[in-house]
Structures are given as structure tokens and as C-alpha cells.
Design a protein around this ligand. Structure first.
Ligand code: GLN
Length: 462
């Protein structure tokens, strides 16, 4: 397989499922034999795709990047995967990630690191770094990622790809191995905005039997037609669109080079007819801290199921039930995951829950109010996706708290459940080695279920 050779330098994949892919493709050929070319009703017919390895695929190993799930082969497809297959997509493999989605560089995978195809000495971002790298290198045309606090958008920004986090409840989470259930969302990483719309059209929709948090109303839209409409607009395609630049994002942590690229993008939006204004989402730092309290609390409960009894790793000479559990969790989970389980358990424990967990929930409603008033004056909001360009490999290990703090532009849309897309808008020099220029993403945030609007703005700016 050609991908196998190409991936040696990058390490985007954990599993390549070439044989299954070939037989799926052949089955599609047989099914469609005799038809006129171009008359299939399958919108993604033959599209080679990769799936992040925390999403279940029937008959193909699914590890969530964790040793604790080594050898686990799901008996069912996640709803998102089933929908892509039904639309004709062909799955070529499963991509690397930070264990259970916990990280921003893909370096805390239990298996290997993934390199950024734009600069092999750098990280592709995370936690969907394998998916982003697979798309950025051209090994696949599209991939599924998951985003709990930025894990689709930030890797898209660092690799120069398009990453869309849909509204919470727009895409079913059935078959997604949970990290933070109240903000986990599945979405596409692609090379273009139109491909993002194509995938979302296949993915979106209610799944009442499997994920009761998916929304019945408003119904999913035809995102492809929405993007096509944007393509046919005349001279000033954004006339009448009010775009709110989140003021605080150009004041906190952001690198100069990133800020310059984003300001250029703002000028282009204005030239396209948009009305630009500044809006305020105060306390970004506090929301980032509160995100970590919230998500780790949820993770500590979600990860309790990996006990070595039902699936995955089990120590060989385990005697009692207790030693099975201690052994499989002790050997199976990596350092980052263990630390996060401890932190989450602590913030939920008696005597501390009011000071930490409850406080984070209160901040979450403060944030929703801030978004509500921002959307009274603006139709969509914009910011840099991330304050920096791609980190050099190894940097995150030396400054973990900085890595957490660098999530501050992506976590607000997660906590509020809003749709957000990251679109490449230029390149900035890296602060460490001034000679190379690296991709910078612009984040566009919409109101709940307004995926069509953010895709349209993104397409026009693309
Ligand atoms: N970097 C963030 C975290 O570690 C976001 C991860 C994600 O969205 N899965 O929690």
C-alpha cells in the first residue's frame, strides 16, 4: 500500500485497513455495476477517508491511542462512521491521537508521535493530530476528528487544513469513546470548505435511539447547497454580514505573527463587504481553567469503565478482581491520563466539589451569557484559532501548563456548545526558528446550529 510507505515519515496512522478498504470499494463497484457513471446517489462515493482512533469501527481495532484498549476490536460502527459508509466513503485506516483525546500535540499517544507534514520537526497539533496530518499530507482527502476543547480546530490551524466542530448535538456521539461528554463532538478535517460541507451533510442529524443529546430540531441542512449559494454571490459577497472580532483574543497570549495574519484576514473580510465590529468575551483565562476542571471531572467518571474486565489489556497473572483492575489501569493508562483522572476525581470529591466543579459550572453560564450578547450585535464571531503556530516536537513536555493555557481561544465554543470552523488564512514565522513560515488558522464561531453561516463565510474567505 502506498500510504504505508508515505506514512513512515509522518506516523499519522495507528491502523491501516487496506484489505478491508479494497473489498469495500469492490463491493461498491459491484453494487453500482451497470449504472451510468455519475448517476450514483451516494454523495461521498469512493472517497478515501481516515477515522480518528477514538471512534468505533466494526472489525477494525479501536484504541483511543491507549494501551488500555490494545487489541479491542469493536463489533459495531459509530453512527458517524455508519453514515459515512452509507454515503459511499471508503475507510483506509485509523489515526493517531493523544490518549483518549487528552492533549494538544498528539505526543501523549500511547503508541507513537505524529509529525506535522508542513515541517517534520513539529507537532501536527492535537488531539486529532493523526487525522490532520493524514489530510495535510494528501494521504486521504478527508478525516474524522473529535473536538472536546479544540482538538479538531487547533490541529487544522497547525497543519493548514479546514477543521469543523459542529454544534453539540448536531452529530451523534454513539460509538465515540467518551472524554468529556458535555463537550465531545465529532467533525470533519478536510482540505477545502466544500469538502467540509459535504461531510457534514452526511454526518449531521438526530440519532434518538443511540444518542439522546442529538437534536431533532432544527433539522440538519443541506450544507453543500448553502456553500454553493455563497460561491455564486456577486461583487461584495459578505455585504450585510456582521462579523464580531473577539477583542480579548488579540490581547492575550497571541504571537505577533499570528496576530498579523488574522488582522490581514479581517481586512479581507471587510473588502468582501462584511461589517466588522469588536465584541467582548471576557475572562478567557478563567474559562480555560474552568474547562479543564469541567472536562477532567467528566473524564474521571468516563474512564472508570476501563477495568480490564470487559475489553482491552489484562495483566497475565492477575489473581483477584482487584488486581485485574489495578494491573490493567496501572499498565494501560499513560502518565497524562493518570494525572487527569486524579485531578478530575479531586475536583469532584466531597469538600472540594463546590470550590472547583460547581464554580466551573457557574462560569459556564457566565460564558453563555457573554456569547448571547455578542450575537446580539454580530452574526458570526472570529478570532485566531490558536495563539501560536505549530510547536516543535518536545516543547509541550517542557511547559505543560502553557500548553493547557494555549487552548483559550477554542474552549469557549466548546463550553457553550457552539459550531466553529478553523480555516487556513496565511502563514506566520515561528518565534523559535525565524526562517520557516507555518500555517495560521482563523476561527469562525456561529450561533447554535448555524453551521451553514460559518461554512459560507469560510468559503467566501477561502
Ligand atoms: N487540548 C484540550 C485537552 O487536552 C482539548 C482536547 C480535545 O478537544 N480533545 O483537553
Amino acid at each position: 500500500l502506498q500510504i504505508e510507505a508515505e506514512d513512515r515519515a509522518i506516523g499519522a496512522f495507528l491502523t491501516l485497513s487496506g484489505d478491508q478498504a479494497m473489498s469495500e470499494a469492490r463491493a461498491l463497484d459491484e453494487k453500482l455495476a451497470g449504472r451510468e457513471p455519475g448517476t450514483s446517489t451516494m454523495p461521498l462515493l469512493g472517497l478515501p477517508m481516515a477515522i480518528k482512533d477514538n471512534i468505533c469501527t466494526a472489525g477494525i481495532p479501536t484504541t483511543a491511542g491507549s494501551k488500555v484498549l490494545q487489541g479491542y476490536v469493536p463489533s459495531y460502527d459509530a453512527t458517524a462512521v455508519a453514515r459515512l459508509r452509507a454515503a459511499g466513503a471508503v475507510l483506509v485506516g485509523k489515526t493517531n491521537l493523544d490518549e483518549f483525546g487528552m492533549g494538544s500535540t498528539t505526543e501523549s499517544s500511547g503508541y507513537h508521535v505524529t509529525r506535522n507534514p508542513r515541517d517534520l520537526s513539529r507537532s501536527p497539533g492535537g488531539s486529532s493530530g493523526g487525522s490532520a496530518a493524514a489530510v495535510a499530507s494528501g494521504m486521504v482527502l478527508a478525516a474524522l476528528g473529535t473536538d472536546t476543547g479544540g482538538s479538531i480546530r487547533q490541529p487544522a490551524s497547525w497543519t493548514g487544513t479546514v477543521g469543523l466542530k459542529p454544534t453539540y448535538g448536531r452529530v451523534s456521539r454513539h460509538g465515540l469513546l467518551a472524554y468529556g461528554s458535555s463537550t465531545d463532538v465529532i467533525g470533519p478535517l478536510t482540505g477545502t470548505v466544500m469538502d467540509s460541507a459535504r461531510l457534514l451533510s452526511a454526518l449531521a442529524g438526530a440519532d434518538p435511539l443511540h444518542d439522546a443529546t442529538t437534536s431533532l430540531a432544527p433539522a440538519a441542512e443541506d450544507y453543500v447547497s448553502a456553500v454553493k449559494e455563497a460561491e455564486t454571490r456577486g461583487e461584495r459577497p459578505l455585504a450585510g454580514t456582521r462579523i464580531g472580532l473577539i477583542r480579548e483574543t488579540l490581547q492575550t497570549r497571541v504571537e505577533d505573527g499570528v496576530s498579523t495574519v488574522v488582522q490581514d484576514a479581517v481586512a479581507r473580510l471587510e473588502g468582501l463587504g462584511a461589517e466588522i465590529m469588536e465584541v467582548s468575551i471576557p475572562y478567557l483565562d478563567a474559562h480555560c481553567a474552568s474547562y479543564y476542571v469541567n472536562v477532567l471531572s467528566e473524564a474521571s467518571a468516563n474512564l472508570a469503565r476501563y477495568d480490564g474486565v470487559r475489553y482491552g489489556l489484562r495483566p497475565r497473572d492477575a489473581g483477584s478482581a482487584k488486581t485485574v483492575m489495578l494491573g490493567s489501569r496501572g499498565e494501560g493508562f499513560g502518565e497524562e491520563v493518570k494525572q487527569r483522572i486524579l485531578l478530575g476525581t479531586f475536583s469532584l470529591s466531597a469538600g472540594y466539589a463546590d470550590a472547583y466543579y460547581l464554580k466551573s459550572q457557574q462560569l459556564r453560564s457566565v460564558l453563555s451569557e457573554a456569547f448571547k450578547s455578542a450575537f446580539e450585535t454580530a452574526d458570526v464571531l472570529i478570532s485566531p484559532t490558536a495563539p501560536t503556530v505549530a510547536y516543535p516536537l518536545g516543547k509541550a513536555a517542557g511547559s505543560k501548563v502553557d500548553m493547557y493555557a494555549d487552548d483559550l481561544f477554542t474552549v469557549p465554543a466548546s463550553l457553550a456548545g457552539l459550531p466553529a470552523i478553523s480555516l487556513p488564512v496565511g502563514k506566520a514565522p515561528s518565534s523559535s526558528a525565524s526562517s520557516d513560515f507555518l500555517p495560521v488558522g482563523l476561527q469562525i464561531i456561529g450561533q447554535r446550529f448555524a453551521e451553514a453561516s460559518i461554512l459560507q463565510v469560510a468559503r467566501i474567505l477561502e
